[in-house]
Design a protein around this ligand. Structure first.
Ligand code: CTP
Length: 400
């Protein structure tokens, strides 16, 4: 289950070559069990037929204002009334101009007018000169003033051969925007600092000490916080994950680098969540050249890394909320309680790393939230769902 499951999305498609990308978006939405109804403008049907979207959604596609009375009575009103949000992608310069002027000259424009109070998302896609033209800029500004959410296009090579802004964004960014528009903005105004992933402690140019953290939990926390309206900085060790859209991402390698980046940013943060699996120790000496088998020492001397979270706990400013993780293979709650007190935290997320579907590398997680009131176990969830539940709990702590 994702935040899109069961959401009713009225998807407007207008006449741009980017309709092929919109078809992929609709496919992705249906896969996440969103309930998608498509309205196409007549121009859009010149690029692909209604059949494409009918096959993808298993729903009739609406084009004409009149003539569907039997299938969908008062379609221009009822389609918008039934939707959780309206998403127009691609939105051409012409449709943007029509919407900016409150036109009601086809089913899509009329539905947008009838969508009072529903979020309307507009994804412009067109030639870069058309996009940069003052008339289009003015029309987009007017849409923003009307409360529509205008999502900036990507820049790059366009279908016409020009280069510049005007490409429909990749699905990942569009999905985040949609989820943000469908969920409560209960972290709006919060400055959130999150750490994720493992750290690497260099032994020699070929080797390092590290751990099995994939960064998935921290990245899920960053995405969900952003969706819920927070301004998010993510300091991450080496992982093979895409940077979450809309999040400032700082890449580090070692625990000491993470320490520098986190401490430097900590005073601006209202909430800090330390989900990184920081290496507690580093080799006492990083060798300049690869250590040869024949001259390898019998033992490895280690030095302690700074405990970033403990330092944050010592220097926290009033009102700042501090959340730690406890990666444990046994005695989860006791260990989490100990870390909560010793590191001066508000919440510890105890992470069972012993199970197959939990902890390091898995897409799911089973965590227990331990605060000063007690322990709150959560069921096995996807990391994104677990992240949302962690934020739900943090929101209650912020309100106290
Ligand atoms: N942490 C940190 N800096 C370190 C070690 C840990 O900031 N050098 C943070 C982690 O990001 C996590 C929390 O402290 O939020 C607990 O980390 P964990 O590895 O579970 O525990 P430790 O404090 O290292 O204690 P122990 O080794 O006894 O389990």
């Amino acid at each position: 289950m994702t935040g899109l499951q069961g959401k009713k999305i009225l998807f407007g498609v207008t006449g741009s070559i980017a309709v092929f990308k919109a078809a992929a978006w609709v496919h992705a939405l249906v896969k996440e069990e969103a309930l998608v109804t498509v309205i196409m403008t007549r121009a859009a049907t010149r690029f692909v037929s209604e059949l494409t979207f009918e096959a993808l959604t298993a729903n009739p596609v609406h084009v004409e204002m009149f003539g569907h009375a039997v299938r969908t009575p008062m379609a221009h009103i009822s389609l918008a009334r039934d939707a959780d949000c309206i998403c127009i992608a691609p939105a051409t310069a012409n449709t943007i101009a029509r919407l900016a002027n409150g036109m009601a000259d086809d089913l899509l424009a009329t539905s947008v007018l009838a969508a009072s109070g529903k979020p309307v998302m507009v994804f412009p896609a067109m030639n870069c000169n058309m996009y940069m033209h003052p008339a289009t800029r003015d029309n987009l500004q007017r849409l923003r003033e009307l409360g529509y959410i205008v999502v900036e296009p990507d820049a790059g090579a366009l279908a016409c051969g020009d280069e510049g802004p005007g490409r429909l964004p990749e699905w990942d960014r569009a999905r985040e925007q949609l989820l943000a528009c469908l969920c409560q903005q209960d972290l709006a105004g919060q400055q959130v600092l999150i750490t994720a992933g493992p750290t690497r402690e260099v032994l020699d140019p070929a080797r390092f000490l590290s751990n099995r953290s994939s960064g998935k939990m921290g990245f899920a926390l960053a995405r969900t916080a952003r969706r819920r309206g927070a301004k998010v900085v993510l300091v991450t060790g080496p992982v093979s994950l895409e940077d979450p859209p809309g999040v400032e991402v700082v890449h580090v390698t070692s625990a000491r680098e993470m320490y520098e980046e986190v401490i430097q940013r900590s005073s601006q943060a209202s909430i800090i969540v330390k989900s990184a699996a920081v290496a507690d120790f580093r080799p006492a000496q990083a060798e300049l050249h690869k250590v040869k088998k024949r001259s390898a020492p019998d033992s490895l001397a280690l030095e302690a890394n700074p405990d970033i979270l403990a330092e944050l706990g010592r220097n926290r400013h009033p009102g700042q909320l501090l959340v730690g993780f406890a990666a444990e293979s046994r005695d989860h709650q006791e260990e989490a309680g100990r870390k909560l007190r010793e590191k001066n935290l508000d919440l510890v997320v105890a992470n069972d790393i012993s199970g197959e579907n939990t902890g390091f590398g898995a897409d799911t997680n089973q965590v227990t939230l331990v605060d000063h009131q007690g322990a709150h176990p959560l069921p096995l969830l996807s990391k994104e769902q677990a992240a949302d539940r962690i934020w739900d709990h943090i929101v209650t702590l912020v309100a106290k």
